[in-house]
Design a protein around this ligand. Structure first.
Ligand code: PHE
Length: 358
């Protein structure tokens, strides 16, 4: 038994020196110390040893077992260190001329349009604000002159949450907070000029033209003597920049309880110049942006005196504008997570809205 144990020890010593990494070592541990390993089979031979020698033989085997266990532990520490060194060396040993093959990310088309608009409005003195996506009934409706049970609530199919809150159905939900936040501008004899882009949600049936999640960019301007002419001027300037050509606009009456008068702003079709084509359904005009003069009740709710101040508000459909800007025909592309489709716009110049995006 003594001889066999010594042999086993020798065998292990030889092998342990050949282990090059933690995986090799684990293999060895199983081979020697595992349930069906060499030490275990030596133990099972104990039953053939005469009784008076059993104790001594058992001790010998235990010593070998202890030896192997300790040796594996030590070797493990040594191998871990080597592995760390190898990784460090490998990291230092990189080739700066190696071509980078990984794919580059790109901005989402809505982000691109949003940033473009932000730059245009910032250049016209507008501040940019972010607002919550989860809001309460007061901000989304009541502060906007839409009392409970008002039929205008049916214009927007709302997602209500169990917390008595809701997902904002339009960026107008931020108007009240923005007016309050920027009152100091008026006190300092400066106009309030703010845009606030954001994601909106409505319980819509999804098809090529409708989404339940879409983006708007709201804008407000308030001061003494702000009129519809100011509204038209800002919208025209902004749209001419976006479409990189002179844009003709027209206003049609539109109903929104938070503006009076309210309008739908149309732009003359950028494809046919107003003659009529499939893109504008032969009308020569494209509906783009609801807007109007802020209702006195909304100014009052925002802490402003409607006798003293007037202002305009607009709710530009960012998703819509991105579709027109890049010629995207199916709104579902935006939320599709289809990187192949979404990554093709970053370097796109102005595209006529005819290209089909798959
Ligand atoms: N909030 C309105 C909507 O989403 C749009 C709008 C904004 C209309 C501002 C007028 C003024 O339907």
């Amino acid at each position: 038994m003594l001889e066999k144990a010594q042999q086993l020890k020798l065998q292990f010593e030889e092998k342990v020196n050949t282990a090059k990494n933690p995986a090799d070592l684990e293999q060895l541990r199983i081979e020697f110390l595992g349930k069906k390993g060499s030490v275990a089979s030596l133990m099972s031979e104990l039953r053939n040893v005469p009784n008076d020698q059993k104790k001594e033989a058992g001790q010998i085997i235990n010593e070998v077992k202890q030896f192997i266990e300790n040796a594996i532990k030590e070797k493990n520490v040594e191998l871990q260190k080597l592995e760390e060194e190898r990784l460090i060396n490998a990291a230092e040993d990189y080739d700066v001329t190696f071509p980078i093959t990984e794919e580059k990310g790109s901005y989402h088309p809505i982000t691109l349009v949003q940033r473009e608009l932000e730059d245009i409005f910032a250049a016209m003195g507008f501040s940019i604000e972010d607002y919550d996506e989860i809001v309460d009934d007061y901000h989304c409706f009541e502060a906007l002159n839409i009392p409970k049970h008002h039929p205008a609530r049916d214009m927007q199919d709302t997602y209500y949450l169990s917390t008595n809150q809701l997902l904002k159905t339009h960026t107008s939900a931020a108007q009240n907070a923005i007016l309050k936040k920027y009152t100091s501008e008026l006190e300092a004899d400066r106009p309030i000029r703010v845009i606030f882009p954001g994601r909106c949600f409505r319980n819509e049936k999804i098809d090529a033209c409708h989404e339940n999640t879409f983006f708007q960019m709201e804008g407000v301007m308030v001061d003494k003597d702000i009129s519809i002419s100011n509204l038209i001027y800002f919208m025209k300037t902004m749209l001419s920049e976006v479409f990189q050509q002179d844009i003709t606009v027209r206003l049609r009456p539109g109903f929104f309880p938070f503006v009076e008068p309210g309008f739908e702003l149309d732009i003359q079709c950028t494809i046919c110049g107003g003659k009529g084509c499939p893109s504008c359904k032969d009308s020569g005009w494209l509906e783009l942006c609801p807007c109007g003069m802020i209702h006195p009740n909304v100014l009052t709710a925002g802490g402003l005196d409607p006798e003293k101040y007037t202002g305009f508000a607009f709710g530009l459909g960012l998703t819509r504008l991105a579709m027109m800007r890049y010629g995207i025909k199916d709104i579902r592309v935006f939320n599709s997570c289809n990187l192949k489709s979404l990554s093709q716009f970053e370097n796109a110049t102005f595209t006529q809205p005819e290209k089909e995006v798959k």
